[in-house]
Design a protein around this ligand. Structure first.
Ligand code: NDP
Length: 257
């Protein structure tokens, strides 16, 4: 009875930023649970490599090149997914960037705008376009990738742009959750801590700020992409049927320190 709630048979999931890292791990988790998965990324090469790992595992997987900052392309992808795949049941709006780190006083317009464009605007374009089809069908689960940096300022890292964008993702998700709950669409967010992916340069590195982060992490380790994918699977599935507007913090205890 309980395990069945995690199964995603008959559902289709669309995942952004899924050429590697957390997005690709989530594609493996969703497809292992029975979903058809559509992975997307702005890098065609990464996408092809990611798709190959899913196909090698015998998954029902497809790939769409998509830059989430292009609102028109996002809308087109949602339109095509609706006709081509018979609708999207799960959206994992996960694509993001984290660099460069820049102190607020030195932040250029270009660096600020790019961060907001990918990490906040991109999430909204996806929620809006895919959410419209979910609302029309009266069902759907949207998961966004925020960050523990959307909850705390993580001061040593000097990332006001990243922190602001991720706090925006959490509140955007909560706001849409409130708007859409009565119409069958749930919206939840994940706030990962340091995760061992390309973005973090391999998690808690030994050089630079690595030792500072490690000391501040109660579990004394970085997380894995698969550990975040497990949270995404929970939120995608009926196992989380009562959750909407939630921000699940998965950070090895960093925020409670
Ligand atoms: P990765 O860099 O490994 O994967 C992210 C993927 O998204 C990359 O392939 C990246 O391509 C792609 N991407 C970047 N910009 C766009 C865009 N405009 N349109 C489509 N795809 C794009 O990162 P993670 O898997 O670690 O991160 C996934 C999410 O998790 C992000 O939102 C990140 O902010 C968040 N997160 C990660 C943490 C960590 O420690 N790793 C901690 C907290 C949150 P490219 O290589 O070109 O950038």
């Amino acid at each position: 009875m309980y395990l069945d709630k995690y199964r995603l048979h008959g559902r289709t999931a669309f995942i952004t930023g899924a050429g590697r890292g957390i997005g690709l791990a989530a594609a493996h988790a969703f497809s292992e649970a029975g979903a058809r998965v559509v992975i997307s990324d702005h890098s065609e090469t990464l996408l092809a490599e990611g798709l190959a790992t899913l196909r090698a595992a015998g998954r029902d997987a497809h790939a769409v090149v998509l830059d989430v900052t292009r609102a028109d392309d996002v809308k087109r992808a949602a339109d095509e997914a609706d006709t081509g795949f018979g609708g999207i049941d799960i959206l994992f709006a996960n694509a993001g960037i984290a660099w460069p780190d820049t102190g607020g006083e030195d932040m250029t317009d270009e660096v600020w705008r790019r961060m907001i464009d990918v990490n906040l605007n991109g999430v909204f374009w996806c929620c809006r376009s895919f959410g419209a089809y979910m609302l029309a069908r009266g069902r759907g689960s949207i998961i966004t990738t925020g960050s523990m940096s959307g909850l705390i300022s993580n001061r040593p890292q000097r990332q006001a742009h990243y922190n602001a964008a991720k706090a925006g993702v959490h509140h955007l998700s909560r706001s849409l959750a409130g708007e859409w709950a009565a119409r069958g669409v749930r919206v939840n967010s994940i706030a990962p801590g340091y995760i061992d992916t390309t973005m973090s340069g391999g998690g808690l590195r030994t050089e630079g700020l690595g030792p500072v982060w490690l000391e501040a992490t109660p579990m004394r380790r970085a997380g894995t992409a698969e550990e975040i994918a497990s949270v995404a699977l929970f939120l995608a599935s009926d196992a989380s049927s009562l959750l909407t507007g939630s921000v699940i913090v998965a950070d090895a205890g960093y925020c409670v320190w």
